[in-house]
Design a protein around this ligand. Structure first.
Ligand code: ZN
Length: 330
């Protein structure tokens, strides 16, 4: 068996309906795989719900598919999907037991799938999106790096001494919860979060674990707690804001092991070490993001910054202690 070579669709921008997203093989437009797996759409009943893409087109989740050859579908995508499906049956415990690389690849496949759909729409000359994702050089580099990591879904690749992403697995208190499934993504910052019943996953998919390091003090306080959804939303805001402030773009370089074994090793480098890793935190910008995450509780930007030096928190009380019980004023 010959060792599969890496595929890079960004080299020549091969985004079309007749190339497999993962290996580049020629396929027919009927060869697709859903971005959100069928079992997930079935379990949370959202296949026919609609979503809005950047170009303002509306499609259903069922229609959100990416070009994929049958070989990649059967040998790489399906086995990963069944691992995750099994993990979900055990809730948070199941997800915590997963190999982090599998979880990373699963999240990245969905994030990347949405991105590819956006890119395919951009290639359509009749559609002119406001922010063309393929035309921003910084985003282009990020997507290319992320795709290189995603190749680990089909090519045996060992990440040498680094975790490519920051992944947080949170437990949400089911008795307080009325939204079994939700997801959010932000293409420019590589942030992706998804909630599956009591399991909430928040991830920065391309940061070599830097966001996780920065958020460690908060993470230590909440990682073993059952969170109220408003606390989960606050943590999500903190993570998304950290992702927004992050200044660096990791790059990955492949090498073959000396022994000639059939796998690749990735090393990583961070592009520009002369810059600060994070831009400075600003309460006003954070509060805007938090207002968005707290929208369903009708908490406004003004409420959040009543004390301009200390944005409102439901994770911590006034003395900086974790809030075990949440009382929401009506
Ligand atoms: Zn393929």
């Amino acid at each position: 068996m010959s060792f599969p070579s890496l595929y890079d669709p960004f080299d020549g921008m091969c985004f079309n309906s007749h190339s497999c997203f993962l290996c580049g093989a020629a396929i027919t437009p009927d060869d697709v795989t859903p971005v959100f797996p069928n079992w997930l759409m079935k379990q949370y009943n959202f296949a026919d719900k609609q979503l809005l893409l950047l170009d303002k087109s509306i499609i259903t989740y069922r229609e959100l598919t990416i070009p994929c050859c049958s070989h990649c579908r059967e040998n790489y995508v399906a086995p990963l999907e069944s691992k995750i499906e099994m993990a979900l049956q055990e809730g948070v415990t199941g997800f915590r037991k997963l190999d982090e690389k599998d979880l990373f690849l699963w999240l990245t496949k969905m994030f990347y799938g949405i991105l590819v759909r956006e890119l395919l729409n951009e290639m359509n000359p009749l559609i002119k999106p406001e922010h063309a994702v393929g035309e921003n050089p910084k985003m282009f580099l990020k997507f290319q790096s992320l795709f290189k990591l995603l190749q680990a879904l089909r090519v045996p690749i060992v990440f040498d001494d680094f975790e490519p992403a920051s992944i947080f697995i949170l437990e949400v208190d089911a008795t307080e919860d009325d939204t079994p499934f939700e997801y959010r993504d932000e293409l420019s910052t590589m942030m992706f979060s998804i909630k599956l019943g009591p399991v909430a996953i928040v991830a920065c998919l391309l940061d070599n674990g830097i966001v996780k390091k920065a958020l460690r003090p908060v993470w230590e306080d909440i990682k073993d707690k059952k969170l109220h959804p408003i606390q989960m939303a606050e943590f999500t805001a903190r993570a998304y804001y950290a992702g927004y402030l992050l200044n660096i773009i990791p790059e990955y370089f492949e090498r073959r092991p000396k022994t000639g074994e059939e796998y690749l090793i990735y090393d990583t480098l961070v592009d520009d070490i002369t810059m600060d890793v994070f831009n400075p935190w600003e309460h006003t910008a954070y509060a805007k993001l938090l207002e968005e995450m707290w929208r369903k509780w009708n908490i406004t930007y003004g409420d959040i910054l009543k004390n301009p030096r200390e944005p409102q928190s439901y994770i911590y009380d006034e003395t900086g202690i974790f809030r075990e019980t949440i009382r929401l004023s009506e």
